[in-house]
Ligand binder design. Structure first.
Ligand code: AP5
Ligand code: MG
Length: 215
């Protein structure tokens, strides 16, 4: 099964992808997590991406498409995957469609998690992440068992550098101009399911499971 989670920054894509890994036994492919790993390791790609990410801009399509072409050809993608944060521009969607033609694959569904901008700004202020795994917490809505510590590894949680309010607002602007047009793109392929992401994390998860169970 191949699922695309689409939605604004802080909409809950990463949180919901983690539930789906367990349910479907397929990997989460988060371009944001992959890029953060490159930044941490100071690879050429990471050095190029860092400035875009920290200012809330998108990393150029060519870089992302090159990275994804390699990733989607890997062995663990054979039985499907959950796309989180890719594609997020029309050229990326078109690039993915060409890649699907080469690989003889297609998407099963595009789940759009809808959340208002004001909710997002509030959520980002309380987000804490475990960088190596991409696990996401919230100090109020989804706290770790021990403050600032990852439940599974005991390692420290961090605040993402792009979660500062002015950067979050920039990311929202970019989402509305560059990424939200993808909803129409995939609606024309009859793939879109919209869900209300303002509700409790577990209720959002139930809605997603219902969609997937009926595919
Ligand atoms: P990326 O890492 O993909 O960031 P994003 O899309 O902006 O989304 P986030 O990861 O911030 O949010 P999320 O939807 O995963 O929400 P989460 O589950 O964490 O990208 C970062 C940057 O990398 C981009 O700005 C860009 O520069 C670059 N990049 C990445 N992909 C790219 C691409 N394809 N092309 C070009 N550039 C790219 O939840 C957020 C918080 O809310 C958490 O604290 C969580 O606990 C909490 N929460 C979640 N759900 C709920 C709920 N229902 N109720 C209450 N709290 C909730
Ligand atoms: Mg995320």
């Amino acid at each position: 099964m191949k699922i695309l989670l689409l939605g604004p920054p802080g909409g809950g894509k990463g949180t919901q992808a983690k539930f789906l890994i367990d349910k479907l036994n397929i990997p989460q492919i988060s371009t944001g997590d992959m890029l953060r790993e490159h930044v941490k390791n100071e690879t050429n790609l990471g050095i190029e991406a860092k400035e875009y990410m920290n200012s809330g801009q998108l990393v150029p399509d060519k870089v992302i498409l090159g990275m994804m072409k390699v990733r989607l050809n890997q062995e663990d993608c054979k039985n499907g995957y959950i796309l989180d944060g890719f594609p997020r521009t029309i050229p990326q969607s078109e690039g993915l469609d060409s890649l699907f033609l080469e690989l003889n694959q297609s998407l099963d569904s595009v789940i759009v998690i809808e959340v208002n901008d004001d909710t997002i700004v509030n959520r980002m202020a309380g987000r804490r992440v475990h960088l190596p795994s991409g696990r996401v917490y919230h100090i109020q809505y989804n706290p770790p068992k021990i403050e600032n510590i990852d439940d599974e590894t005991g390692e420290k949680l961090i605040i993402r550098p792009d979660d500062e309010e002015s950067t979050v607002r920039k990311r929202l602007e970019v989402y509305h101009s560059e990424t939200s047009p993808l909803i129409n793109y995939y609606e024309s392929q009859n793939l879109v399911y919209k869900i209300n992401g303002e509700r409790d994390i577990n209720i959002v998860s139930d809605s997603i499971n219902e969609i997937i169970n009926n595919l």
